[in-house]
Design a protein around this ligand. Structure first.
Ligand code: ADP
Ligand code: MG
Length: 274
């Protein structure tokens, strides 16, 4: 029985994995404005306007757009950290309002988040083992949980020596690996990645991206992948949404959009790549 509990997510199929093609995330006609502070005249700025898209099981959908185009605001609304003024977000067929209700933690866990630098989202007093354990489903014995934490660390290329490290003692790349392990611990249907490698050195960026791509294809987790880096988007994404001033100006297959952009804004984005 000891062996049976030492489940690795590599060898075992993920429970409740969605059938291919099923809509995991649906964003329907969301809009969001911010009101400037009194000193700035209380002007209303529209940050997102009528954004609609969906993400299907095992799909990687990219969002590109220049700084300030509303990408992170969209991510925060998807994650339930911000409320849209209009429109609705649906996770696995449930509207966010019901996802957020008490007692819906199981559903909430199906949506995970990898921020630009996880340092701010990790409890600084937590060790790596606690950061990952926090996201594991309950019920298993202590030993089984430890086994699972170690296999998640291995999955992201970190040895068990990292179990007792605290976040600030890790490099940026190691922290993103822990962040990925923490997300996977919850067995998510979808992970929202907001510029997950932008804070890293170039060669570390490639390593973390390769890891994400490999795990995504192995586990079939859907990704909503936000990046201003078009090369990364083309490499990783099936589909891409181009954001300009809070609107989707173009969308389609990543290769088609980036090789044969139809919209002038997409062309100018591509032209600005060094
Ligand atoms: P991106 O991630 O594409 O760079 P953001 O979603 O972060 O864009 O920001 C879009 C716009 O919304 C920016 O002009 C930003 O200044 C504004 N904005 C974002 N968050 C807030 C906020 N909490 N209050 C006021 N304005 C905000
Ligand atoms: Mg952003």
């Amino acid at each position: 029985a000891g062996d049976a509990t030492a489940v690795s997510i590599v060898r075992e199929p993920l429970p409740q994995r969605q059938a291919a093609g099923e809509v995991v995330l649906e964003v329907k006609e969301i809009s969001k404005s911010f009101i400037a502070p009194k000193a700035a005249g209380r002007a209303k700025s529209v940050v997102l306007q009528d954004i609609s898209f969906d993400v299907r099981a095992a799909e990687v959908v990219g969002i590109v757009g220049e700084s300030g185009s509303g990408k992170s605001t969209c991510a925060k609304i998807v994650l339930g950290l911000l409320h849209p003024d209009d429109g609705e977000v649906t996770l696995l067929g449930e509207p966010w309002s019901s996802v957020a209700e008490a007692g819906r933690r199981r559903l909430r866990r199906k949506l995970q988040y990898i921020p630009q630098d996880a340092l701010s989202s990790f409890d600084p007093r937590y060790r790596v083992r606690n950061i990952i354990a926090e996201n594991l489903p309950g019920a298993d014995s202590r030993m089984a949980r430890l086994d699972r934490i170690v296999s998640l660390l291995e999955l992201v290329g970190l040895s068990a020596d990292h179990l007792d490290r605290v976040p600030r003692s890790l490099s940026g790349g190691q922290r993103q690996r822990v962040s990925i392990a923490r997300a996977l611990a919850a067995e998510p249907a979808i992970i929202v990645c907001d510029e997950p490698v932008s804070a890293l050195d170039i060669c570390i960026q490639a390593q973390v991206l390769d890891l994400l791509a490999e795990l995504q294809s192995r586990l079939g987790t859907a990704l909503l992948f936000i990046s201003h880096d078009l090369g990364v988007i083309e490499h990783l994404c099936d589909r891409v949404l181009v954001f300009q001033n809070g609107r989707i100006v173009e969308q389609g297959g990543a290769e088609a959009v980036l090789r044969q952009p139809q919209h002038a804004y997409t062309r100018s984005l591509l032209a600005s790549v060094p």
